[in-house]
Design a protein around this ligand. Structure first.
Ligand code: PHE
Length: 339
């Protein structure tokens, strides 16, 4: 009997199978109810008592060896089959998770939606721009520091071609083609030559608004911005306008909203001030209207511009600007419910 077991052990070690079916046939041949190894085990009761211990051990050994060998053959056959049918074993398993909108897209859509309810229509312009639309037509002096290499990305060998550093260039593109009334909202990506850190990035996103018509006043601007702030941050939001300076608006202001976290009491988000700065605005400088072919003795207008990242940070308390462009799905997944 021991000899027979040894012989079968060698036989089992040498088994081959090309397919899972062949491996299964081997299992039936050796290990099923009527299999050869099962038959050996049935014979065990005829083994003399003094040999039972050793024979028992060897039969077990044989049975285990056969089982392991056949399992290994089945596995190899499955891998081979997957390779033959060109299945990619590294692909994402089902169910494939659905993507979500990027937080900046969610907030941009919200901003555009609020202004479209106030009668603004969408306008877009190129990211690769010329100096005229970004700076000259916007009343920037020739020696204005924003034109500096430190702020602006230039296209090599074309000093006139730049990456736009603000969406105000879209104002110029709309005005040169359209006579008032003009009421547009212009979202888009802008570029500035800044070292990338948690608080600054070499590209970010802005939304620009422009309204030009007869009798447009600063009061209209303030009313529209108050409505926007309350739609965006809640009905109790207050706004305040502080005098400021932009080459393309006169007078100019910066707008703060009451802190979105503490409501104005003072907290770590607003650094105790109770207010958060969110945008720049003002009455379109008559020189800008004239440069873009609009009669400044007939028309007046207002403009405003805000950073989408800034608004998103205030709504969702994103601490590091780099998160927006790293495509880390763990970060993006946090916005599933906002979609
Ligand atoms: N273009 C300005 C900026 O990038 C924002 C702005 C737009 C200010 C329109 C006033 C009017 O900072």
């Amino acid at each position: 009997m021991i000899e027979k077991i040894q012989k079968m052990l060698a036989e089992v070690a040498d088994l081959h199978a090309q397919t899972a079916e062949e491996a299964e046939a081997l299992r039936i041949k050796y290990l099923s109810k009527k299999g050869e190894i099962t038959a050996l085990m049935a014979d065990f009761r005829n083994v003399p008592a003094e040999l039972k211990k050793e024979v028992g051990m060897r039969i077990n050994e044989l049975k285990n060896a056969a089982q392991e060998k056949i399992n290994a053959l089945k596995e190899a056959a499955a891998v081979q089959k997957a390779a033959d049918t060109a299945e990619d074993l590294t692909r994402t398993p089902y169910p494939i998770q659905l993507g979500t909108r990027h937080p900046l897209t969610i907030v941009k859509n919200e901003i555009v939606d609020i202004f479209s309810r106030l009668g603004f229509t969408l306008a877009e312009g190129p990211e690769v721009e010329d100096d005229w639309h970004v700076y000259s037509s916007m009343n920037f002096a020739d020696d204005h520091p924003a034109r500096d290499m430190q702020d602006t990305f230039f296209v090599e060998a074309h000093p006139d071609i730049i990456l736009r550093s603000h969406t105000s260039s879209v104002q110029a593109r709309v005005m040169e083609k359209t006579q008032p009334p003009i009421r547009v909202i212009c979202p888009g990506r802008v570029y500035r030559n800044e070292a990338v850190s948690a608080r600054a990035h070499c590209f970010f996103h802005q939304v620009e608004g422009l309204y030009v018509d007869k009798n447009v006043s600063f009061t209209d601007l303030k009313q529209v911005l108050l409505l926007f702030a309350q739609e965006m941050f809640g009905p109790d939001t207050k706004i305040r306008l502080r005098p400021s300076y932009f080459p393309f608006t006169e007078p100019s202001a910066e707008m703060d909203v009451s802190c979105t976290l503490c409501g104005g009491k003072g907290c770590s988000l607003c650094k105790g001030a109770g207010w958060l700065e969110i945008l720049g605005c003002g009455m379109v400088d008559p020189a800008v209207l004239e440069a873009n072919g609009i009669d400044s003795s007939v028309y007046t207008g207002y403009a405003f511009g805000m950073g989408i990242e800034r608004i998103t940070n205030l709504k969702y308390q994103v601490k590091d600007l780099r998160m927006f462009s790293e495509n880390d799905t763990r970060f993006l997944d946090e916005f599933v419910s906002a979609n």
